[in-house]
Write a protein that binds this ligand. Sequence first.
Ligand code: SME
Length: 155
Amino acid sequence: MNRKDNYDTMLLMLKGQLSGENDLIANLSNASAIINIMTDNINWAGFYLMKDGELVVGPFQGKPACNRIKLGKGVCGTAVLERKVQRVDNVHEFEGHIACDSASNSEIVVPIIKNDTVYGVLDIDSEEFSRFGELEEEYFVKFVEILNQNIDWTK
Ligand code: SME
């Protein structure tokens, strides 16, 4: 299977896993597990959620990560502030990058925005430089759209 096929399967798995369940922790835990098994060459995949004006780590797969990230800090905080996907080919060149796992070399962060409110981010790291291209952006944006359709972030 090529990457595109894997990502298509990943989205189908996500839809199946979310159907009939509305618990936030259950859904995000399984969502991060699905990314982890369907995406090659990654070393961290998970969520940071907005709480009291800053990002707090949520369900994830990978090594322990920093608990809190302030708005505008790191790749995650920048994605929230700019409300834009951040695709970083080399994290060592990203000013203010927060290194949770020193093995990480590239990163993609997709902000989770629903009805104009930012609820958090999806963050994925890789030991490979430039791991996340246009294909990955397309699919992880779709991934967040599916989450948005199925999850009430206010609960
Ligand atoms: N590198 C991120 C911090 C989170 S860890 O990658 C899990 C950042 O700069 O925001």
